[in-house]
Design a protein. Structure first.
Length: 210
């Protein structure tokens, strides 16, 4: 796992042996009102495929178009849109540099329930995750994973010691190598969706996949 204090350090994900890069940044300021305003529209998740070149060229315009089509015009969430666009632009640059002009799948959703409670690896090459509202994604250090139990479909308590589970904080950015990253078969970063707190507002998750 590689930690970084800035976006530039996310490029360390490309190094051999690194399966997770975390940008430990403060939660984006002054967007709480926008998140509250936008949450109802995301009860139906926004999922779409984007061209890497379009994100690299003008991520803000590309995302604004998709959000508006989903009932979230740019003027309702200018700060949130700007933050997501900046993340998308960094991600597109990394994908272009290391994977070529691959298609990128965007997912933006408000999650009241637990989407993926079991520890798993992604059948992707590279995934970006950022929870704008707590809780953040849970992940395991490689040494804490029983890969045989994982492959056998065993329950979480056999895959890992609960005391060794790590979590991303709200606003942090995680880049997760999946099974399909070149040379990463059987080494995908293990993670899961966090438990949902009873009575808490929905978790707001921004995800980019290739």
């Amino acid at each position: 796992m590689a930690q970084t204090p800035d976006a530039a350090g996310l490029g360390r994900i490309a190094a051999d042996g690194v399966t997770l890069a975390i940008w430990r940044r403060p939660a984006p300021p002054d967007i709480d009102t926008e998140l509250a305003r936008c949450t109802p529209a995301l009860a139906q998740p926004l999922r779409c495929e984007l061209a890497t070149a379009a994100l690299a060229r003008d991520a803000a315009e590309t995302l604004a178009t998709r959000l508006a089509a989903h009932g979230l015009p740019a003027e309702t969430c200018p700060r949130w849109l700007a933050d997501m666009a900046a993340l998308a632009q960094h991600y597109a640059a990394l994908v272009t540099q290391h994977l070529g002009a691959a298609a990128i799948t965007l997912r933006l959703e408000a999650l009241a329930d637990v989407a993926c409670p079991r520890f798993h690896v992604d059948q992707t090459r590279l995934r970006l995750l950022c929870a704008y509202r707590d809780p953040g994604t849970h992940w395991l250090p490689p040494a804490a994973v029983d890969r045989a139990a994982l492959a056998a479909g065993a329950p979480n308590e056999r895959i890992a010691d609960p005391a060794r589970v790590q979590a991303l904080a709200p606003g942090w950015v995680g880049l997760f190598k999946g099974e399909r990253w070149p040379g990463n078969a059987d080494r995908g970063q293990v993670h899961r969706s966090p438990p949902a707190a009873e009575g808490a507002p929905p978790r707001l998750l921004f995800c980019l996949d290739t």
